[in-house]
Design a protein around this ligand. Structure first.
Ligand code: KG4
Length: 345
């Protein structure tokens, strides 16, 4: 008897929406490689400088893709499609990944799949890894997407059916971490530094204003102002106030951000009667966010899905898995597709 040869679906994913150049290879939904080159050039500026980001993507993209293919043990000719982040993000950065994907796919004669960066963060939960027993969330589930640019509560009904039911009306949670870190003189990105310093601090040492916003929406600009005013007032009495209270400031700020995030999520989960709850995006690496998910899970009977650390911040594995599901749906994109700096989910 002759066995029919079943072809694998192999997707190359490209991510270049902000300051990480990343390429990943996925075969039949299983991750073979995920290479990320982070751009240290922005650190001294206290934030991402768009022009420098585009230039660094130009420098990094070919070596990063070559390395991803090499680590995966896959040749270009074996690829089924190229998936790339079309937006949202920085226009110059997105143009690098989009142009690369176009050149690569047309040279190889394979389709291109456009990926929404926000959808990719959510679908990072579905990346399979050899030897891992991680179980993805089952549909429908609620996903708290918290990153440097977004804070959203998303109802996920299938791989392609996602509805944003709440979002920030001003700053994102990651932005609140980064901006408050900056006023304390901490390096960029501030989120991971606050997380580390908070471990030695008292999270009840200081109190900050929490927003009163209708529905499931968030707001973080008032918290930022409240934080700034506290520093300003206390430093008038004691110029060393920040230095002497850094750990307590970080712990109290972090606890307030986590409380704001979790309270709306709890309300949404209760109103919609959904107990399958996940978190995604850069801020999902935060230890207090993770602890709060575990705690709420126990308290409210949620099945909680936390992403692996390497899939929390920007990476191409999440682009490749999203591209994989779109490929299975024959959802390809035209050759004249241009990036979008802003797109909704
Ligand atoms: O998802 P991401 O890599 O990029 C965006 O698409 O925005 O998220 C970056 C954000 C930054 O604001 C960074 O400070 C935050 O995620 N972040 C953290 C932690 N790790 C990264 N925030 C709090 N605690 C962390 N451990």
């Amino acid at each position: 008897m002759r066995l029919r040869r079943v072809m694998s679906t192999i997707i190359l994913g490209i991510e270049s929406s902000c300051d990480d150049t990343s390429a990943a290879v996925i075969r039949d939904g299983v991750l073979l490689s995920n290479v990320i080159s982070s751009q240290a050039v922005h650190e001294s500026f206290g934030g991402v400088v768009p022009e420098l980001a585009s230039r660094a993507h130009q420098q990094n993209i070919i070596p990063v893709v070559s390395e991803a293919l090499k680590r995966a043990g896959v040749s270009k000719k074996e690829l089924s499609a190229v998936a790339f982040t079309r937006g949202p993000g920085l226009m110059g950065s997105l143009l690098v990944g989009t142009s690369f994907a176009k050149g690569f796919s047309s040279a190889l004669g394979i389709p291109m799949v456009e990926v929404n960066h926000l959808q990719a963060h959510v679908l990072a939960h579905f990346i399979k890894e050899a030897g891992s027993e991680a179980v993805p969330p089952s549909f429908p589930f609620l996903c708290l997407l918290v990153s440097g640019g977004n804070s959203q509560i998303i109802k996920v009904s299938s791989y392609r059916d996602m509805e944003v039911i709440g979002q920030t009306i001003d700053d994102a949670a990651g932005e609140a971490f980064d901006k408050c870190a900056k006023v304390m003189g901490l390096p960029y990105p501030g989120g991971p530094v606050i997380d580390r310093l908070a471990k030695e601090g008292n999270d009840k040492a200081f109190r900050f204003n929490k927003p009163h916003i209708a529905g499931y929406n968030y707001s973080f600009s008032g918290l930022k102002t409240s934080f700034l005013y506290l520093l300003r007032d206390r430093m008038k009495e004691n110029p060393d106030f920040i230095e002497e209270n850094k750990n307590d400031l970080c712990a109290s700020l972090q606890a307030t951000i986590v409380d704001i995030l979790m309270e709306k999520l709890r309300k949404a989960a209760q109103d919609l009667g959904i107990k399958e709850v996940a978190v995604a995006g850069g801020v999902s690496a935060n230890s207090a966010v993770r602890a709060a998910f575990e705690e709420y899970g126990t308290r409210y009977g949620w099945n909680v899905c936390l992403p692996k650390f390497s899939f929390t911040t920007d990476n191409a594995a999440m682009v490749a898995i999203t591209g994989y599901y779109k490929y299975l749906d024959n959802d390809f994109c035209p050759v004249d597709a241009a990036p979008f700096a802003r797109i909704e989910l």
